[in-house]
Design a protein around this ligand. Sequence first.
Ligand SMILES: *[C@@H]1O[C@H](CO)[C@@H](O)[C@H](O)[C@H]1NC(C)=O
Ligand SMILES: *[C@@H]1O[C@H](CO)[C@@H](O)[C@H](O)[C@H]1NC(C)=O
Ligand SMILES: *[C@@H]1O[C@H](CO)[C@@H](O)[C@H](O)[C@H]1NC(C)=O
Length: 612
Amino acid sequence: MSRFRFDLLLLLVLSLQLSPALSDLIISKLDRRIDLTSQIVRVTMTLKVENTGHDPVSEVSFTFPEHQANNLALLLAVSTEGKGKNRGAATNLPIGVKQPNDSPPSLVWYAASLPKELGKGESLNMDVLAVFTHSLRPFPEKITQAEPQLLLFQDSAHFTSPYNVKVQSLTVKLPSGNVESYTKLEKTKFSGSEIKYGPFENLPALSYSPVIIHFPSNKPFAIAKELVREIEISHWGNVQVTEHYSIIHGGAQSTGEFSRLDFQARPEVRGASAFRHLIAMLPPRAHSIYYRDAIGNISTSNIHSDSSKTLVEIEPRYPMFGGWKTSFTIGYGLPLHDYLFQSGGNRFLNITFGSPLFDVLVENLTLKVVLPEGSKDIYSSVPFPVKESQETKFSHLDIAGRPTIVIEKVNVVPEHNQYFQVHYKFSNISLLTEPLMLIFGFFALFVACIIYMHADLTISKSSSSYLAKLQWDEVQGTIQQLQDIINRCLLIHDKLEASLRELSRTGDVQACKAVRKSADSLLKDLSKELKPLLALLQSSPQAAHILPKVEDLVMKERDLQEKILLKHTTVVDSYERKSMSRDAENRVAAIQQKISALKQEVDDLLDFVEDI
Ligand SMILES: *[C@@H]1O[C@H](CO)[C@@H](O)[C@H](O)[C@H]1NC(C)=O
Ligand SMILES: *[C@@H]1O[C@H](CO)[C@@H](O)[C@H](O)[C@H]1NC(C)=O
Ligand SMILES: *[C@@H]1O[C@H](CO)[C@@H](O)[C@H](O)[C@H]1NC(C)=O
């Protein structure tokens, strides 16, 4: 509050000192509309500007108090000729920050350049869109699971224009018909879900009248603290997009115990301020869509696709309350010919800039466009100011690395989801580098094989050394099969142990028993397969020197298997009896110790046998 009073004072002082050149323009009509239905505040204005001075004017200025300007994500102005039904085409006006020397620091000035000068007595219609982030403050700042979220919004009922305004009005649109409180001025009307201020007549430049609106809103408050979007072009037909998000619920902080039970029973009441899913709108021909977090893939509950878009529902593993965070990655492929074009000898990528998630504010966006190896003369064109740099990305088969253009922007709102382009030159010869490398690689392998075979053939087939070699090959082959079987047994052991962990988590004895049953039959089969191999080794004189180790390995593995099965039986039994006696606990601990020791021995023996 005190801050607003301070601004007000400054503005009043300022209005007395304004340079006369600016006062030549007046705004004859201004309608402003503020949309508070989402976390991103959108202000639209239609205004009519008149030149009442003698000199032609080429710019129209807009001013915002500094605390608002800091949160200004986007400012767009278009001019339209004529009015009502006769409105002509809209022209986008270039806008730049243009701070006059005599402006106090609490005001930020923007100047929109007109397509043609506005002569004496002429007028012009303009539409302006200003998008603000972080302009809704949760109040109270902390709420419990059961409380609705309340937001506070502050602005001026008079637009802080540097020009005199003949008639102006303000409409504020709320998410619902409910409001806690709002500033009531002389001319204020509340109806439906809208608060109307004005019309106010003949206001001097920079007049100011603070209004505060306090209202309930449970709209999702999803803020991506960080988003790294990687777009990788492969000339073999694919554009791969990978997006890494870290998202926070930026609304009122959640306090007190969270009860999932309450939430599940009545989510609209016991978790009204939480959001459970986010919607991503991907292009129509997106394919190979995945969504995963640190734990693993999450099967996206819903993908809906039609000719104009692909909608994907992203559901985090838990509902998101105020202050809660989550990180995840979404990835998808796009057909190259939809996004990559040629003009002259150049190629360019034409694709949208921001996040495909609905109504998510991205605080820090890093966009990386990874071009094919060998691309040259790279530049980008983005329709708004960004920070840009280049780096090189390496993946398998790369020699020089892939040129990567890195674009950074803060405060990215859905309106930034515009098309941008990355231009580059690429010679088709480069396209052949990787296949040529592969072909050359196979060729080299082939030559090596021939040389090896030749070396082999120098041994006479009838010689005893040749026979010995054949036998040795057979021994090696047998040992390899045996190793393979042991490894499969070890995998089954792991499965059994995992089933015990799962049992302690879910208590599902039947599932655990099912795992055991299939393990038993698999282990039996493997044991059958093992017997002839061992017999073969025992009968071969070539294997004599390694036979003891191999037999040891087979025995130890059998031992290990027995212990693991015993442990499994003991644990499952006590689960079925719904109690674990102290005695059983001690037994399991003792078995576990033996298991650990045996595992180590089996591993060592496997290593040894592998080296043969
Ligand atoms: C997750 O899904 C992607 C795409 O379908 C797949 O390539 C990847 O292997 C999966 N990862 C896991 C851990 O299942
Ligand atoms: C980029 O694609 C969009 C949508 O297809 C199109 O409207 C726009 O003109 C394209 N931009 C360029 C520079 O080709
Ligand atoms: C976002 O960018 C700003 C400015 O570049 C930086 O100060 C801030 O630490 C960044 N935040 C994150 C989460 O990376």
